[in-house]
Design a protein around this ligand. Structure first.
Ligand code: AMP
Length: 210
């Protein structure tokens, strides 16, 4: 099974992808995580994408298409954060066709702007392993310390109010046509993602079973 998790920043794509990975064994491919690692490593790709990410703008399509193509799996995957526009979806189709693969479901995690602002301004992530926490809803056992690996918990640079606002605008600009693209293929599933982690997972599971 090959799934796309789509939604605004803060809709919970990463959180649900981790659960789906644990329950279904599908490879979790987070483009944001891959790009952040490139930036951290000061790689040639990292140097090219850094300024876009800091501003909350989309990295150019050709660049991300090449990155994602290197991470696809023939064993089943969850794509988190890719594609984000129709041009990326078309490039993805072409790559998958060559591999004799296809997308089965496009899960659109619908979320309100207020929920996004609350989740992202209170989100902290592990500098070492990338685990995600929320200061109120999902706090770590010890303040500032990752439960999984003991790493330092920090706020992402793009989780500031101004950049969140820009990311939300970018999402609105790109999303309608992309949703339509998968709707026409009969692959669109809408899920109310304002609820908590377990409730959202139950809904996704129900949709995928259908
Ligand atoms: P995320 O971790 O999904 O919130 O992504 C963080 C940032 O990485 C975004 O604000 C973009 O700058 C970049 N990025 C992630 N996914 C994509 C994509 N599909 N296309 C272009 N840029 C992306």
């Amino acid at each position: 099974m090959n799934i796309i998790l789509f939604g605004a920043p803060g809709s919970g794509k990463g959180t649900q992808a981790v659960v789906l990975n644990e329950r279904l064994g599908l490879k979790h491919i987070s483009l944001g995580d891959i790009l952040r690692k490139e930036v951290k490593d000061n790689s040639p790709v990292g140097l090219k994408v850094k300024s876009y990410m800091e501003r909350g703008e989309l990295v150019p399509d050709d660049l991300v298409a090449a990155v994602i193509a290197n991470h696809l799996s023939t064993e089943g995957f969850i794509l988190d954060g890719y594609p984000r526009n129709v041009a990326q979806a078309e490039k993805l189709e072409a790559v998958l066709r060559n591999l004799n693969l296809a997308i089965d479901s496009f899960v659109y995690m619908e979320v309100a702007k207020d929920t996004v602002i609350d989740r992202l301004t209170k989100r902290i992530v592990c500098k070492t392993c990338g685990s995600v926490y929320h200061l109120r809803n999902m706090p770590p056992r010890q303040e500032g310390v990752c439960d999984s690996c003991g790493g330092e918990l920090i706020q992402r640079k793009d989780d500031t109010p101004e950049v969140i606002s820009n990311r939300w605008e970018v999402f609105l600009r790109e999303s309608a046509k992309l949703i339509d693209f998968y709707d026409k293929q009969g692959k669109l599933f809408r899920v109310d993602a304002n609820k908590d982690k377990d409730a959202v997972f139950e809904k996704i599971k129900l949709k995928l079973n259908e």
